[in-house]
Ligand binder design. Structure first.
Ligand code: CUA
Length: 303
């Protein structure tokens, strides 16, 4: 996660400004130190104080700061890009402590997922950013700058990835005890792969593939997990927690907290308050191991 390894136009602009400031300030610092050494070595020799005060104290900083102001003003203006008409639109809502991501498919249905944003490469993506509780900040350093997510407002960020790959993002505004475990992953695909991915995500949850998964689905419904989690095709009554329709396809659980997998899923359900203390989900550790295993197996089968 480094803003010095940019993978998109706005991130390149930001990295360019950062490097210019770093190199410029290093040169000036080295110059001042060199003058200090010269001054200490030639103590007692006559110097033209007026020339040094007017030149070094007035003209030099005025020129340097003016150039810097012009340069950063021009560069900053390039960061607030106007969204092109063919841009992909995604909405992201910050929650304590995860990200709700929403796509609208070409046929007008909403696809909701969590903590993972998939985008096509070389196409601008407009991200509408809001929050349902406190102020969060959306930040994917390799793709662009930070943007606050403020309850009751929609801010906009235009991102674009120039190469396929996975880019980690992180909430950049302190938002409570699990602020540190509020990460997300942006996955950039070739355009054709992105269309395939979105079409797959738009499908309802697949039917259980084994008797174990079948028992897991029944347990999920019986334990009332559906009160908070939607699984399209099973239940859409609850939307407090992340949508789990295709949770098995996700890279991580708990907004970047642990790598996804059957063992991690079972531990998450049983001991979430140890894995991510304060998360808005109770631990279900008192359930018997067979039930937990079946639930984890079913959720992991939801690719
Ligand atoms: Cu959300 Cu910090």
């Amino acid at each position: 996660m480094s803003m010095l390894d940019p993978a998109g136009p706005t991130a390149h602009t930001i990295a360019g400004v950062a490097w210019s400031l770093f190199v410029g300030s290093t040169l000036i610092f080295a110059g001042v130190m060199a003058l200090l050494v010269v001054a200490l070595r030639q103590r007692g020799s006559e110097v033209n104080t007026r020339w040094w005060i007017v030149g070094g104290g007035l003209v030099f900083p005025t020129v340097v700061l003016s150039v810097l102001m012009g340069y950063t003003a021009v560069r900053s203006a390039q960061l607030t890009r106007v969204a092109p008409v063919d841009a992909l639109v995604i909405s992201v809502v910050g929650k304590m402590w995860w990200w709700e991501v929403r796509y609208r498919t070409p046929d007008g249905t909403d696809v909701v997922l969590a903590n993972e944003i998939h985008i096509p490469v070389n196409r601008p993506v407009v991200i509408g950013l809001s929050s349902s509780d406190v102020i969060h900040s959306f930040w994917v350093p390799q793709l662009g700058g930070k943007m606050d997510m403020v309850p009751g407002r929609t801010n906009q960020l235009v991102l674009q990835a120039t190469a396929p790959g996975m880019y980690r993002g992180q909430c950049a505004e302190y938002c409570g005890e699990q602020h540190a475990r509020m990460a997300m992953h942006v996955v950039a695909h070739a355009p054709a792969d992105f269309s395939i991915w979105l079409a797959a995500q738009a499908q309802p949850a697949r039917a259980p593939v084994s008797p174990l998964a079948e028992r897991g689905r029944a347990a999920f419904v019986a334990q009332r997990c559906t009160a908070c989690h939607a699984v399209r095709g099973v239940s859409e009554e609850g939307r407090l927690g992340p949508d789990l329709t295709h949770v098995g396809s996700r890279l991580y659980l708990g907004a970047g907290t642990v790598r996804n997998g059957a063992a991690a899923m079972q531990r998450w359900i049983a001991h979430v308050q140890q894995v991510k203390p304060g998360a808005r989900m109770p631990s279900f550790g008192e359930r018997d191991a067979a039930t937990l295993e079946a639930m984890a197996a079913w959720l992991e089968s939801l690719k």
